[in-house]
Design a protein around this ligand. Structure first.
Ligand code: AMP
Length: 278
């Protein structure tokens, strides 16, 4: 596995490959776990060359404390990437990624970036668009793999590829969960043991609510909000039922079926995100 710290090293590593070979790419922020590994395995299996990036992107954090506390362990990341057959890992510094004085190419995602994560985390998707756009320009992947844990992000990235006019195919990958149902996340490591033990109740509530798919969104929302409110350690930021394509909310009286339930719950200082298809 070649580790590239600069754009120049990455360009050289990519140039040494046969131009006919397909490139599969997985962008990450590190603190890698089995959720990331499920994307790595697909990228490895479906392409000649598997490229990953590890970069904690400061401009997609709207909360400085979240950025400061974000877990980082490059040696462990390198090991997991190697175990998963990664050919090239790009792990630049912030200065390398965003040299001072160099203008950033920014994108707008319209209604996709004004709801849910976009509404709660102002500027988040702008930052995601800048970094993924830059990474796509550098790597020029044939396929890029994104987790459906960040469902809204997948829609934003699909729009990014349309705007950039590149041929990269976006491959959405299912949410990888722990045996107890909790969606794997780098932030799970920041939970206290007590909160970690309670956190699977988020998915449990969503799973139970999927049995009510033919009921109205209002009933499903009441159920999920009630389940979260019953756990004093949890604070619901939002639960919305929205269309999988436009991400716009569904009227309360319409059935949940065919839509997606999106949830964010705080436990202490940790923000947990999950979703479920109805
Ligand atoms: P991150 O490092 O959090 O930016 O995540 C990098 C990629 O891994 C994103 O496309 C995430 O959606 C994806 N990912 C993170 N956790 C999971 C998970 N539990 N299951 C599937 N994909 C995931």
């Amino acid at each position: 596995m070649i580790v590239c710290k600069t754009k120049q090293e990455l360009k050289q590593a990519l140039a040494s490959r046969n131009a006919q070979e397909t490139i599969g790419f997985v962008p990450t922020m590190g603190a890698l776990h089995e959720g990331h590994a499920s994307l790595f395995k697909r990228a490895r299996a479906e392409n000649d060359v598997f490229v990953a990036s590890v970069f904690v992107n400061p401009i997609q954090f709207n909360n400085p404390e979240d950025l400061k506390n974000y877990p980082r362990d490059f040696e462990a990341d390198r090991k997991l990437l190697e175990e998963n057959g990664c050919d090239i890992v790009f792990a630049p510094s912030v200065e390398e990624m965003y040299p001072e004085g160099e203008p950033l190419k920014s994108y707008s995602f319209g209604a996709l970036e004004t709801v849910m994560e976009g509404a709660q985390r102002p500027g988040h998707f702008k930052g995601v668009g800048v970094v993924v756009g830059l990474l796509f320009e550098l790597v020029r992947p044939d396929r890029a793999y994104f987790g459906e844990k960040d469902f809204q992000q997948v829609a934003v990235i699909q729009d990014l590829v349309r705007q950039m006019g590149i041929k990269t195919r976006i491959v959405p990958c299912p949410i990888k969960r722990g045996e107890d149902g909790l969606a794997l996340s780098s932030r799970n490591a920041l939970l206290t043991p007590e909160n970690r033990a309670l956190a699977p109740k988020i998915h449990a509530a969503l799973k139970k609510s999927s049995e009510m798919a033919n009921r109205s969104c209002r009933e499903v929302k009441e159920f999920v909000c009630g389940q979260i409110a019953a756990v004093p350690e949890m604070k619901l930021e939002y639960f919305e039922i929205a269309r999988p394509d436009t991400l716009q909310t569904v009227p309360d009286e319409a059935p949940a079926q065919g839509n997606v339930g999106f949830i964010v719950v705080w436990m202490g200082k940790v923000r947990l995100i999950d979703n479920i298809r109805y």
